[in-house]
Design a protein around this ligand. Structure first.
Ligand SMILES: [Cu+2]
Length: 265
């Protein structure tokens, strides 16, 4: 039975209202709590729901017919038997990113990122290599090339707009770094060691991701909007898809890169 009471011609349903004249401090504190709760909800909705997530997988695919024995089997069996073939299934170092300008509050991170020297067991003593091989960064990011080795390195690039030469340096010569101010692909080499090369991909906004060992990527906190999402690999043509990111939720976008859409001479 609902609690109904009549005061003159006013019918009140539900719990009795608090008598303000009897306890105004109770009303004030209740109003304050409701007000604070509403404010909190408002802040939460502003900070949590107006950003989406983009995720998916990037794969590479060889050209149809390239596995035919006539392409690399019998013909190659003598002279080119050991010519290493591209393994599209195990290709990695893809980068997925939103092209162009996004929002207004996208500034480069204060913290520098590092490229270090690694020696993968697969290449034994010859293996002085840069790790990571592909480094996507936002424009304005400082990238450091520490030398933790007992030998000299000379890190440099002649890529247009981002050329630099860190000179010959060894372990105790201090931390060498470059701040990348122009967008684009930067090919970086060491003048001494042939396998030491890497690519810094300087991008216009912070909405990018490298793929993991399974080809998966995840880009978080993307403001809602329509964008061009690009999948990039150093030795395949990029693929771009138009996407619309909602105010919340996860948008799945997969890519398969291959040798396609290139002009025939
Ligand atoms: Cu080197």
């Amino acid at each position: 039975m609902p609690d109904c009471s009549s005061r003159g011609n006013e019918v009140v349903t539900g719990p009795r209202p608090i008598d303000a004249s009897r306890d105004s401090s109770l009303v004030t504190s209740a109003a304050t709590i409701y007000g604070l709760a509403a404010l909190l909800l408002c802040i939460l909705s502003l900070t949590t729901s107006r950003a989406g997530t983009i995720s998916g997988t990037v794969k590479a695919q060889g050209k149809e017919g390239a596995d035919d024995p006539a392409c690399g089997g019998k013909y190659a069996s003598r002279q080119f038997k050991f010519a290493e073939r591209v393994n599209y299934e195990e290709m990695h170092d893809f980068v997925v990113y939103i092209e162009g300008h996004v929002g207004t509050n996208t500034t480069a991170p204060d913290k520098p990122v590092q490229v270090v020297t690694s020696r993968p067991s697969s290449v034994l003593q010859k293996g002085a290599m840069f790790e990571p091989h592909v480094l996507p960064v936002m424009r304005g990011t400082k990238v450091e090339w520490p030398n933790h080795d007992e030998i000299y390195h000379n890190v440099f690039s002649f890529s247009e707009g981002n050329a630099f030469d860190l000179g010959l340096y060894k372990k105790d010569d201090g931390l060498k770094s470059v701040t990348f101010t122009n967008t684009g692909r930067v090919d970086v080499f060491c003048s001494i060691h042939s396998r030491m090369n890497c690519i810094v991909l300087v991008l216009e906004n912070p909405f990018f991701a490298s793929t993991d060992s399974k080809g998966k990527y995840l880009i978080q906190n993307v403001p809602p909007g329509t964008y061009k999402l690009k999948a990039w690999h150093e030795r395949l043509p990029s693929l771009t898809k138009e996407i619309t990111v909602a105010e919340s939720g996860d948008l799945k976008v997969d890519f398969t890169l291959g040798i396609m859409n290139l002009p025939k001479p």
